[in-house]
Design a protein around this ligand. Structure first.
Ligand SMILES: Cc1c2[nH]c(c1CCC(=O)O)Cc1[nH]c(c(CCC(=O)O)c1C)Cc1[nH]c(c(CCC(=O)O)c1C)Cc1[nH]c(c(C)c1CCC(=O)O)C2
Length: 367
């Protein structure tokens, strides 16, 4: 079951760069972490995975904590956040769907017609179904000993709905788009149901010890600006608003929230205006200075080096980091920016090249 903890239950935080940047403040240098930092590019991760299946790791708090800490231990002093080891697809599982990972996500029984929604759990007890994530967060927050803050996360309603209908990855999104455009009302009802689970899950993660929350809309790229505004943004806004309201009602201090809507750069202005997130994550298809211009001072930004640059060698990485740092600075100073890649780090990267990325961010993001 869900425990409920406050800051005083955990070791005091020694590095708050991430939280300050997320709140729009100036920092001595930019905080840095990377999406998928605990993943297959790390030999120590692959070692654990030899012995344990993917979702077994997610469901075993000791193992999830161990893997979450791997990049923090390997890159001591270079990395400014931990992200809990889990997956966005634990929400469809909690809603009653079977999800396998072999090696990519696979749903043996995806939603086919709107009638199939009746097969989902009518009311999800998120704290019970996903209590293992809360336990992993609490344990990890203790074991981090205050070195860096801990990030909790969930998938966005549109991305999760697409997985639940496609049954896995997709090139054309034929099935999910059939739903959106043939059954828009049923789609909206499903999106709203997923969003409510997201709210419970994120609130529970904060109670368990998460210090920042990130929502991943990885497949925002598949929607036109109009359809993003129709089928994604309202539910993302609902999540941000409801999480804040719920935490306030419980007298729990708010945590910063990040929205990473990959490939939705055309909608950056509307996200900054209405979504209600403190930080917007960027992929690499937008120039940092342009993203600053569009968002103005309304939100902090996170990103956005092409993960593929980590294959380009030290000189290419250094040059790209330098350019990125200059682009995000405000009046020549690091402010309201969390350095990251524009998507997750890929399995073929040499961890030493990632170390170099971190070192370059430390060097070039100073005022
Ligand atoms: C779309 C999505 C998923 N999962 C996630 C997203 C959103 C971010 C994105 O767009 O990449 C989010 C995610 N998945 C994972 C994390 C853990 C925290 C982190 O280090 O970032 C996070 C934040 C672990 C994982 N999730 C997965 C792995 C690798 C699987 C393995 O261990 O064999 C990891 C480390 C598996 C996974 N999980 C998913 C896919 C498509 C895959 C397989 C392909 C791939 O590996 O990229 C769904």
């Amino acid at each position: 079951m869900a425990g409920e903890y406050t800051a005083s239950d955990f070791p005091p935080l020694k590095n708050d760069l991430l939280l300050r940047a997320a709140r729009g403040e100036e920092t001595e240098r930019a905080p840095v972490w990377v999406m998928r930092q605990a993943g297959r590019y790390l030999p120590e991760f692959r070692e654990v995975r030899k012995e344990h299946a993917f979702f077994e790791v997610c469901r075993t708090p000791e193992l999830a904590t161990k893997i979450t800490l791997q990049p923090i231990q390997r890159f001591t002093g270079l990395i400014d956040a931990a992200i809990i080891f889990s997956d966005i697809l634990v929400i469809p599982q909690a809603m009653g769907m079977v999800v396998e990972m072999n090696p990519g996500p696979h749903f043996p029984e995806p939603l086919v017609t709107p009638e199939d929604v009746s097969k989902l759990n009518p009311s999800v007890d998120v704290d019970k179904e996903l209590g293992y994530v809360y336990q992993a967060l609490t344990r990890t927050r203790h074991e981090l000993k205050g070195e860096v803050p801990l990030i909790g996360f969930c998938g966005a309603p549109w991305t999760l709905m697409a997985y639940m209908i496609e049954g896995g990855g997709s090139k054309t999104f034929q099935l999910a788009k059939t739903w959106l455009f043939k059954y828009p009302e049923a789609s909206k009802a499903l999106l709203a149901r997923i969003a409510d689970v997201c709210v419970d899950f994120l609130v529970g993660q904060v109670k368990a010890g998460a210090q920042l929350l990130q929502v991943f809309d990885s497949w925002a790229s598949e929607l036109s600006p109009h359809d993003f505004a129709t089928f994604s943004l309202p539910y993302l806004t609902h999540i941000a608003t409801s999480v804040r309201t719920r935490l306030a009602a419980l007298n729990i201090p708010a945590v910063p929230m990040t929205l990473f809507a990959k490939g939705a750069n055309q909608s950056l202005d509307s996200m900054a205006a209405t979504a209600g997130y403190d930080v917007l994550g960027l992929d690499w298809c937008i120039d940092p200075a342009e993203a600053r211009r569009i968002t103005g001072g309304r939100t902090a930004l996170q990103g956005n080096m092409d993960p593929g640059l980590l294959y380009g060698g030290r000189d290419a990485i250094e040059e790209a980091v330098k350019r990125m740092c200059e682009g995000f600075k405000v009046g020549g100073k690091p402010k309201a920016w969390i350095a990251n890649l524009g998507h997750g780090i890929t399995p073929g990267v040499d961890p030493e090249d990632l170390r170099w990325f971190f070192q370059c961010v430390h060097k070039y993001s100073k005022a």
